[in-house]
Design a protein around this ligand. Structure first.
Ligand code: SF4
Length: 246
């Protein structure tokens, strides 16, 4: 039998699994979410909106010191007191209100039980969370995945940046489109989503920065296409000499 071998193009799901295996081997398990209780996950998901985890962690530390991490304690605290403690996380007035609003809502709608939200199933729980003031898709999904162990991928900016630079997503793909892609090509496996998301965040923080991508040092460097395969408008400098979109 003669003839040239036909090179098989890997399916997106296969590529994602290879990314996952490579990153896990390189960085090891990330142990996310960094919290002692499920309530801490919820408060952390709200506090980390539009800021770094470092700032959110400072706010959480203040709440812990003040004995306000428990839902009831937070519900009883004055808004002024909460504002004072969450100040390091930025947007502190808005975030203090969201924390208080969440404690009131869960008391009224679910008898104060987080488990009660998750028992409704992913779609209903997500719709309820998204209807709350101050809770957007990324926060809702972080709560569902990391506090509720529900199979919902947190398709945050770090995730979208990496997937678009590897041409798995269009550069302008929004949160919902990125999440659809991930759900379509990965099994609905909460521990996988948990670890994979954490590994992508670590990759972005170490190598795949917004304005410069250090591809030569990055474990995902070997997965990049050849320079002449790139057809997109170059806007980001990559240390390996490739150019790609942000
Ligand atoms: S730094 Fe380069 S190789 Fe690493 S994820 Fe970003 S684009 Fe890919």
């Amino acid at each position: 039998m003669g003839g040239a071998a036909v090179q098989r193009v890997a399916e997106p799901g296969e590529v994602l699994h290879r990314f996952y295996a490579t990153l896990l081997k390189s960085f090891g398990p990330q142990g996310w979410w960094p919290a002692r209780t499920r309530w801490e996950v919820v408060w952390g998901a709200i506090l980390t909106q539009n800021t770094t985890w470092r700032n959110a962690a400072l706010a959480l530390k203040n709440l812990r010191r003040a004995g306000l991490l428990a839902r009831r304690a937070l519900q009883r605290a004055s808004l002024r007191e909460i504002e004072l403690h969450v100040r390091p996380a930025g947007f502190y007035r808005q975030k203090a209100r969201t924390l208080r609003y969440f404690t009131g809502w869960i008391e009224n709608a679910h008898g104060g039980s987080l488990s009660s939200i998750f028992r409704q199933g992913v779609q209903r729980a997500r719709a309820q969370l998204l209807a709350l003031k101050g809770i957007g898709p990324e926060t809702a999904d972080a709560i569902l995945l990391y506090a509720g162990q529900q199979p919902v991928f947190v398709a945050d900016a770090y995730t979208r940046r990496i997937l678009s630079r590897h041409q798995l997503l269009p550069p302008a793909a929004g949160y919902a489109a990125a999440q659809r892609f991930l759900h379509q090509h990965l099994p609905p496996d909460a521990p996988l989503f948990n670890e994979f998301h954490a590994l992508l965040v670590e990759t972005a923080k170490r190598f795949c920065h917004r304005n410069v991508a250090h591809c030569e040092q990055c474990p995902l460097g070997p997965f990049l296409e050849k320079p002449n395969d790139h057809s997109r408008k170059p806007t980001v400098t990559m240390s390996c000499g490739l150019s790609t979109v942000s």
